[in-house]
Write a protein that binds this ligand. Structure first.
Ligand SMILES: *Cc1c(COP(=O)(O)O)cnc(C)c1O
Length: 431
C-alpha cells in the first residue's frame, strides 16, 4: 500500500493504523476525517532526531500549523516538544487555547494588522517573522509600548524557483512574501532593524515552496542565505544565529510519487550547510525547518459514502460522494493528485474509470479525475488517502455544508479530536 499505516484486514476492509475504516465510518458517519496519531508523532520524531543529530543541538523543526490546525493538534506538537508556526490571529488563538507554549510560536504572514501584532505581543509570542518594513516599524512600536524587546526573524526571498507548482512556489524575487536579497532591499531592512530598540534581529527565514522531493533546492536557498549572513556580518558586524529554511519536503500522494527519506535528505543538507559555512568562514547558525504537510499528510484519510455511479454513455463516468470541495478543495485549487479506493472492498478488481464528484453546486467540485475503482455502488465507502494536510484546515461551509469531524486513532482506540459541525453551528452567527 501507499504508506505503511495502511492495510487490509480479514474482513477485506481497508485499515488505518490497524483500525477498520468501514467500522469507523459506521460509528461516526461520513464524511469523516481520520488521523493516525502515532504516525504524526513518528513524523515529528524523524525531523527532531535528524536535525539534532546532523545540524547541531539548537537545530529543530517547527510545525507549520496551517497544514492542520485544531486544539488537539497543537497539544500533540507541544507534547513532542516542538515549536509551531502560526499565520493568523485565529491560529494563534487556537494554539493559546490549547495551552501551547507561546515562546515556541513563530508568527508568520505577509500582512499582520496592528491588532494582530498587539495580540501576539500580549500573549508573549516567541518570534515574529517580519515580512516588510512597515511591519517592522509596527512591531517595534508595539514592543516599545509594552516595554519588551521582541525577537524577530526577517523573511527574505532568496530568488529560488524549486520547480514545484506555481501556486505553491514562494521563494522567487517577485513573490508576495518577504523582502528580496537580490535588489538590496534585504540589507537595507536589516540595517533598519538593527537601529531599532524594540526588536532583536535573531535570524533570517525563507520558504521556497512545497512538495519538494530532495534537498537540492534547500541547499541552493541555504547557500544564498548563508552568503547574505556573511554580507551582513561584513557590513554591520552583526552575527545571525538562526537560519530558518522553511517547509516543503514532499509527500507521497500517489504510487508514482517518490518515497522521500527525510532523514537522509536532512543528513545531506546538513553536510552542504557545514561545507558552505566553512567556505564563508562563518559559524553555522541553528537551522530551523518548518514541515507542515510531511508531518500530517500521511496520517490522514477521508471517508465518504457513495451516492451514485453515473455513466454518460460515450463520454465519462462520475461517482458522487457525500462530501467534496468543502472538505478537500485541493483538486479544485491545484489539481492535486490523490489516491482513492473503496474501503469496504479495496481488493476488488479496479476496472471502472471514474471522476469523483462532490455534492456542491459547482462543476469544479471534483476530488480527482479518471481514477480506477471497482464499479462503485450506492452505500460503498470511498476512501481518499493522504488527506491529513490542507484538508480540514482548508475546509469551508460552502452550500451550508457542515465540516466533518476529525477522529484520531491511536493504539487501537479512536477518539473525537474535532466534533462534527451541526446545523446550529452553521447559523450561530446569523442575526
Ligand atoms: C506553507 C508553509 C510551510 C509548510 O509547507 P509544507 O509544504 O506544508 O511543509 C512552512 N513555512 C511557511 C512559511 C509556509 O508558508
Amino acid at each position: 500500500m501507499l504508506h505503511k499505516n495502511l492495510s487490509i484486514n480479514e474482513a477485506g476492509h481497508l485499515t488505518l493504523a490497524g483500525m477498520d475504516t468501514v467500522e469507523l465510518a459506521k460509528k461516526y458517519g461520513t464524511p469523516l476525517y481520520l488521523m493516525d496519531e502515532n504516525r504524526i508523532r513518528e513524523n515529528c520524531r524523524i525531523y527532531i532526531d535528524a536535525m539534532r543529530k546532523y545540524m547541531g543541538e539548537g537545530s529543530r523543526p517547527i510545525f507549520a500549523s496551517k497544514a492542520c490546525c485544531f486544539k488537539r493538534m497543537y497539544a500533540i506538537i507541544a507534547e513532542m516538544g516542538m515549536g509551531t508556526d502560526i499565520v493568523s490571529p485565529g491560529e494563534l488563538y487556537t494554539a493559546n487555547a490549547a495551552g501551547f507554549p507561546m515562546e515556541k510560536a513563530f508568527f508568520h504572514g505577509n500582512n499582520k494588522t496592528d491588532a494582530d501584532i498587539e495580540y501576539a505581543i500580549n500573549v508573549g509570542i516567541g518570534y515574529f517573522i517580519v515580512d516588510n518594513r512597515e511591519e517592522l516599524e509596527a512591531v517595534n512600536a508595539c514592543a516599545l509600548r509594552h516595554g519588551v524587546r521582541q525577537k524577530i526573524l526577517l523573511r527574505l526571498t532568496p530568488g529560488i524557483d524549486p520547480h514545484t507548482q506555481k501556486k505553491i512556489s514562494t521563494g522567487k524575487v517577485d513573490s508576495k512574501f518577504g523582502t528580496a536579497i537580490e535588489t538590496g532591499q534585504a540589507l537595507e531592512l536589516c540595517k533598519y532593524a538593527l537601529s531599532l530598540s524594540g526588536v532583536d534581529l535573531e535570524g533570517f527565514h525563507c520558504h521556497i515552496g512545497s512538495q519538494i522531493f530532495d534537498y537540492y533546492p534547500f541547499r541552493d536557498a541555504a547557500e544564498i542565505m548563508l552568503r547574505f549572513i556573511r554580507t551582513l556580518l561584513d557590513a554591520c558586524g552583526h552575527e545571525i544565529r538562526i537560519l530558518n529554511l522553511g517547509g516543503g519536503f514532499g509527500v507521497r500522494y500517489v504510487e508514482r510519487d517518490p518515497v522521500v527519506d527525510y532523514e537522509s535528505n536532512i543528513r545531506g543538507l546538513a553536510g552542504e550547510i557545514q561545507r558552505i559555512c566553512s567556505e564563508l568562514s562563518i559559524q553555522q547558525p541553528d537551522i530551523l525547518m518548518e514541515p507542515g504537510r510531511s508531518i500530517v499528510a500521511d496520517s490522514g484519510m477521508t471517508l465518504y459514502t457513495v451516492g451514485s455511479a453515473k455513466t454518460i454513455t460515450g463520454y465519462k463516468s462520475y461517482v458522487s460522494i457525500d462530501g467534496g470541495m468543502t472538505d478537500n478543495i485541493r483538486y479544485a485549487l491545484y489539481e492535486s493528485d490523490y489516491t482513492a479506493l473503496l474501503a469496504n472492498r479495496p481488493a476488488d478488481t479496479a476496472d471502472f474509470c471514474a471522476t469523483i464528484a462532490g455534492r456542491c453546486c459547482e462543476s469544479g467540485d471534483i476530488i480527482q479525475e479518471d481514477v480506477m475503482l471497482p464499479r462503485p455502488m450506492r452505500g460503498d465507502t470511498l476512501a481518499v488517502l493522504v488527506t491529513g494536510a490542507y484538508n480540514y484546515s482548508m475546509a469551508s461551509n460552502y452550500n451550508r455544508i457542515p465540516r466533518p469531524p476529525v477522529v484520531m486513532v491511536r493504539d487501537g482506540k479512536d477518539y473525537i479530536a474535532v466534533r462534527k459541525e451541526s446545523y446550529e453551528d452553521l447559523c450561530r452567527n446569523d442575526m
